[in-house]
Ligand binder design. Structure first.
Ligand code: GLU
Length: 393
């Protein structure tokens, strides 16, 4: 007899970004010459001094449980980072270290949400926000921000989306998948709306803070709106900035009571994030930041190339972003030319006919789009574009 799984898990789907990545890896292992532009993962190795810190951690016996919420030394490095980069002050009790920022966001939703609560999510969104809300028995509410408004929500849209049931608002800037980012002035305007709704907790996903080429410096929501400090969880991690995706270290700063509740969720599920990774992350945050700038320069060069190249394809248009390593292209025209029903069929055609794996836009709440990760070499990107051109013309 088939095992009936929980109603909770039946509400959600597997992560589309991870599904595309797994499919590309499988096809590659079977001998196909696939170019995987699916997963958002830097192609760089973790910088050497951080690798060495991990090795030294193993050798020195840092292989046991740590505090559930993170080691004091890593918390201090995170406190220094928030102060240095964002002008934000936190105490150790306000910091939680988790197994990646994805885990941080999951802990936040589990610790905060009740059945019937609403989570306001700007679309296009990162694929896991809505499903995490559903796992936490809450209801995702989307604000659609299309290319015409630079993929950014307006204060009026935010005001209209908030109801008495709204418990959480998620902001991701620069955005995965679009690369769009809010200016300080735009954050202040969104903050003015949030100031009128004191029950709403805010989660800002700043994961791509250091992959940035916007016209003004990166600004986190609470940096722009200090009055929201008491109800904002500022989320970040080392995965993207330091090419440490596999090490799984994310972190956040926020109100102590909420951080304690999130830590309880973590203590009853995964316990501490990996001891060795915490040692390496401490060195990443405290050490020389030159590696971050070097990788950022490479991402910017690839961004400029891929946005231009995508716009040269028939029926494809792509707005430049302010950061991240994703290009999010509108492929409605190409779909029409090729007679394809939706972006899933378009992505399927690319993987089958061009051997290029991309993530369909519907997974991000934006049908008729595709997301390409440009966290790969220029040569790979050029090859991918030529292959796609053979399909789209
Ligand atoms: N955040 C990355 C992405 O969007 C990694 C995969 C995931 O966890 O979604 O591709």
């Amino acid at each position: 007899m088939p095992i009936e799984v929980s109603t909770r898990v039946r509400r959600v789907k597997p992560s589309p970004t991870l599904a595309v990545t797994a499919r590309a890896a499988k096809l590659k292992a079977e001998g196909n010459d696939i170019i995987g532009l699916g997963a958002g993962e830097p192609d760089f190795d973790t910088p050497l001094h951080i690798q060495e810190a991990g090795i030294a951690a193993i050798r020195s016996g840092a292989t046991r449980y740590t505090n559930v919420d993170g080691t004091p030394e890593l918390k201090d490095a995170i406190i220094a980072k928030f102060q240095r980069d964002n002008g934000l002050r936190y105490s150790r009790a306000q910091i939680l270290v988790s197994a990646g920022a994805k885990h941080t966001i999951f802990n936040l939703m589990m610790a905060l949400l009740n059945p019937g609560d609403e989570v306001v999510i700007p679309a296009p969104y990162w694929v896991s926000y809505p499903d995490m809300a559903l796992l936490a028995d809450a209801t995702p509410v989307f604000i659609n921000a299309g290319a015409g408004q630079g993929y950014k929500i307006t204060p009026a849209q935010l005001e209209a989306a908030i109801t008495p049931r709204t418990r959480l608002f998620i902001l991701n800037s620069p955005s995965n998948p679009t690369g769009a980012a809010y200016t300080r002035a735009e954050l202040v305007a969104l903050g003015a709306v949030l100031a009128r709704h004191p029950r709403v907790v805010i989660g800002t996903d700043d994961m791509y803070e250091h992959i940035w080429w916007g016209p003004e410096p990166f600004c986190s929501l609470v940096t722009a709106c200090p009055d929201l400090y008491d109800r904002t969880v500022t989320i970040n991690g080392v995965s993207k900035s330091y090419a440490m995706t596999g090490w799984r270290i994310g972190y956040c700063g926020g109100p102590a009571e909420l951080i304690t509740a999130m830590s309880t969720v973590q203590g009853q599920s995964t316990s501490n994030p990996t001891s060795i990774s915490q040692k390496a992350a401490t060195v990443a945050l405290n050490g020389d930041q030159g590696c971050v700038a070097t990788m950022n320069a490479a991402f910017k060069e690839r961004h400029d190339y891929i946005v231009g190249a995508l716009n040269s394809l028939q029926g494809v248009s792509c707005r430049p972003g302010f950061g991240t390593f994703y290009a999010f292209a509108d492929v409605a025209g190409a779909m029409a030319i090729l007679g394809l029903a939706d972006d899933n069929a378009f992505a399927e055609k690319l993987i089958t006919d061009a051997l290029v794996a991309v993530v369909p836009g519907s997974g991000f709440g934006a049908p008729a789009h595709m997301r390409l990760s440009f966290a790969c070499s220029m040569a790979t990107l050029e090859k991918a574009v030529e292959r796609i051109r053979k399909v789209t013309g």
